[in-house]
Design a protein around this ligand. Structure first.
Ligand code: GUN
Length: 296
C-alpha cells in the first residue's frame, strides 16, 4: 500500500496563517518583527536559501535585511556586522548562512549573536535550553519536523524513533526534542550515524524514521519497517540534464520504494523544507514578542 504524503507546504501555510495574527498584534503595539540574514560568498544553494527566507519575510510583512559580503571577508569584519545587528532595534532575529569560508571560525560567529536574536537556534545557549527541556528559540528544521508530526497526529510518545545523522543543526537537536518529557516527545530515541554497525538493523526498529544524512537515496525500502512514518530531511542536488536548471532535488530516502512500505512520508521537495522557513519566521516573531515582555 502506498504511504500517505506529509504535505509540508500545506502545514507551513497553516503556520504562516497563525503568525499573521501575531504579527498584526505586534504591529498594533508598534513593533514590526525584523530578520537580518548575512550571506558570505556566492554558494548557489546558500543564495537560494537566503532569497527564500527574504521572500517569506516579505509575504508576512516581516522587515528583512540581507547583508551580502564577499568570501574574502575577515573574521573581525563579520564579527562587527553581527555586533551591529545585535545593537539594531529593528532586527529581532539574526542568521548567518552557513557554510562560511574555511578561514572563518563559525562557532565564534555564532557565539557573537545575542541569544535573544538567535532565530536559527544554533547558539550554545539555545542548544543547551533545548537539551534541558526549557526551549526558547528552537532550531528551525527540528521544530518543523515536530510540527509536521503534530499536524498528522503522529504522537512520538513511547515510540521508537531512529534519527540517522548527528549534525548539530538537525540530528542532535531533533533527538533532544523527541526524548524530552512532555507533549510531542517522550520517545525512545536512537541516533545512528556513519559509524553505526548494521544500520539497516537499527533503522528497521523505527516507528518514526528521520533521515538527515545529506546523501541521496541512502534509506532504501529494506531499511524501513512496514507502516513506519518516514521524515526525509535531505536536500540533495543530483544532475538532471532534462531539467531547465540541469539538476533536481532529491532526499536521503529512496522515495518511490520506501513509500510502498511507509504509512506516511515527506516528499522532497515540499516536505520538511517549507517547514524550516516557516519556523524561522515563527522564531523571528517569538523574538519580537519577547522584546515587548523583557524590554530588550
Ligand atoms: N545552511 C543550511 N541550512 C541553514 C540554516 O538553517 N541556517 C543557516 N544559518 N545556515 C544554513
Amino acid at each position: 500500500m502506498a504511504a500517505g504524503l506529509i504535505d509540508g507546504k500545506a502545514v507551513a501555510k497553516s503556520v504562516r496563517k497563525e503568525l499573521k495574527g501575531r504579527i498584526t498584534a505586534l504591529k498594533e503595539r508598534g513593533v514590526v518583527p525584523g530578520l537580518a540574514a548575512v550571506l558570505v560568498g556566492d554558494d548557489p544553494a546558500s543564495q537560494t536559501y537566503v532569497n527564500s527566507k527574504a521572500r517569506a519575510c516579505e509575504k508576512l510583512a516581516i522587515y528583512s535585511e540581507v547583508i551580502r559580503k564577499p568570501a574574502t571577508i575577515s573574521q573581525d569584519e563579520l564579527t562587527k556586522i553581527v555586533e551591529d545587528l545585535n545593537a539594531n532595534d529593528r532586527i529581532h532575529g539574526i542568521l548567518v548562512q552557513s557554510p562560511l569560508p574555511k578561514h572563518i571560525d563559525e562557532l565564534s560567529v555564532t557565539l557573537t549573536i545575542r541569544p535573544e536574536k538567535d532565530v536559527d537556534g544554533f547558539h550554545p545557549h539555545s542548544v543547551g535550553m533545548v537539551l534541558i527541556g526549557r526551549p526558547v528559540l528552537i532550531p528551525c528544521t527540528p521544530h518543523g519536523i515536530i510540527k509536521l508530526l503534530e499536524h498528522y497526529e503522529v504522537d512520538p510518545s513511547g515510540k521508537e524513533v531512529v534519527v540517522v545523522g548527528r549534525s548539530n543543526i538537525v540530528g542532535k537537536p531533533v533527538a533532544a526534542l523527541l526524548l524530552q518529557k512532555g507533549p510531542m516527545a517522550n520517545a525512545t530515541v536512537t541516533v545512528a550515524h556513519s559509524r553505526t554497525r548494521d544500520l539497516s538493523e537499527v533503522t528497521r526498529r523505527a516507528d518514526i524514521l528521520i533521515a538527515a544524512i545529506g546523501h541521496p537515496g541512502t534509506i532504501t525500502a529494506d531499511m524501513v519497517k512496514q507502516g513506519a512514518v518516514v521524515i526525509d530531511v535531505g536536500v540533495n542536488r543530483v544532475d538532471d540534464p532534462s531539467t531547465e536548471k540541469g539538476y533536481r532535488l532529491v532526499g536521503d530516502v529512496d522515495f518511490e520504494a520506501v513509500s510502498q512500505k511507509a504509512s506516511l512520508i515527506t516528499p522532497v521537495p515540499g516536505g520538511v523544507g517549507p517547514m524550516t522557513i516557516a519556523m524561522l519566521m515563527s522564531n523571528t516573531v517569538s523574538a519580537a514578542e519577547q522584546t515587548l515582555l523583557t524590554g530588550i
